[in-house]
Write a protein that binds this ligand. Structure first.
Ligand code: ZN
Length: 300
């Protein structure tokens, strides 16, 4: 019997070239570090390119340095009188230092006001251009929670990111002067559940973790830079200890960052990770509890 191919569809599989290009898209300056700073540090160490895109200037969110000063009986006028631009400039300095510690090569700040309640078409178009310029293989952004919640700026940031990814994927060279850019995968951060398997709560869960144990000190050091919003010192240690510590417990390592994959993955064979091959269920709860974070990385 003769099978004849009627149509041959030419494969358009541009080989992914190394290094991998990773783009983070978040609402506020510190979000990149708190959510995925550890995984980014590991990718930076592996030689991958990282671009951090921050949609808003973050001038109003977590204004601790200024608002706490104004609560005092005799506030320091130099701090209490800071205008929006002073606050924003200081946040950018903090972000720049944190990016350097982590190994983020490029920081793109779009400087929109951080009152961000609804999806804005111009911001989607602007972000699509940024995506086209950098052509990331992977995008990391917040898990989009309920858009009616007070957390909505993070949700709007991800709605903007997904819309911009779609727009960049639809660019046509002869119409837009720019060929299409295909982002290969999106990883969501910040889904605050740590169910350990697909059956544990019959609900939403993170389905992937990155072991950040080797770089946990760098994540803390990067967070120590965000002094103006009180993310340095004890909070940096609390967040990493509690949040990445619990994510690590669920993942079977000392410290982890949890992720949710946007798209399903296709493999040629059933995947089994290196970590799954080497982990010892009998003793892993002891081995993932060895690091005394506050002793190893004391508040300076
Ligand atoms: Zn934020």
């Amino acid at each position: 019997m003769l099978f004849q191919k009627r149509h041959t569809i030419p494969a358009h599989t541009e080989e992914l070239t190394l290094p991998m290009k990773i783009m983070t898209i978040y609402a506020h300056p510190a979000d990149t570090i708190t959510n995925c700073g550890g995984a980014l540090a590991r990718h930076a160490d592996a030689g991958d390119d990282i671009v951090a895109v921050i949609l808003t200037h973050g001038g109003r969110i977590h204004p601790n340095k200024y608002a706490e000063e104004m609560r005092k009986d005799n506030p320091d006028p130099a701090i209490a009188a800071a205008g929006l631009q002073d606050i924003v400039d200081n946040k950018k300095d903090e972000l720049r230092r944190a990016a350097e510690i982590i190994g983020i090569g490029t920081v793109v700040t779009l400087d929109h006001d951080d009152i961000l309640n609804v999806l804005q078409e111009p911001m989607v178009a602007e972000l699509a251009e940024v995506i086209a310029e950098h052509a990331p293989d992977i995008v990391i952004c917040d898990y989009p929670k309920n858009p009616v919640s007070a957390d909505s700026s993070h949700t709007i940031a991800t709605m903007t990111a997904l819309a911009a990814i779609q727009q960049a994927g639809q660019f046509l060279a002869h119409l837009d002067g720019q060929k299409e850019i295909n982002v290969r995968q999106v990883f969501f951060t910040g889904l605050s559940v740590h169910n350990t398997d697909a059956l544990s709560a019959y609900g939403m869960r993170n389905d992937m973790s990155v072991d950040i144990t080797p770089v946990v000190g760098r994540k803390i050091a990067a967070m120590d830079g965000f002094v103006s919003q009180g993310y340095d010192g004890v909070f940096a240690r609390k967040l990493v200890e509690a949040n990445n510590g619990e994510a690590g417990r669920a993942a079977g390592v000392n410290f982890a960052e949890p992720y949710t994959r946007y798209r399903g993955e296709t493999h040629e064979l059933f995947p089994l990770t290196e970590q799954a091959k080497v982990t010892d269920p009998l003793t892993r709860h002891v081995s993932y509890s060895q690091i005394n974070l506050r002793a190893d990385y004391p508040v300076s």
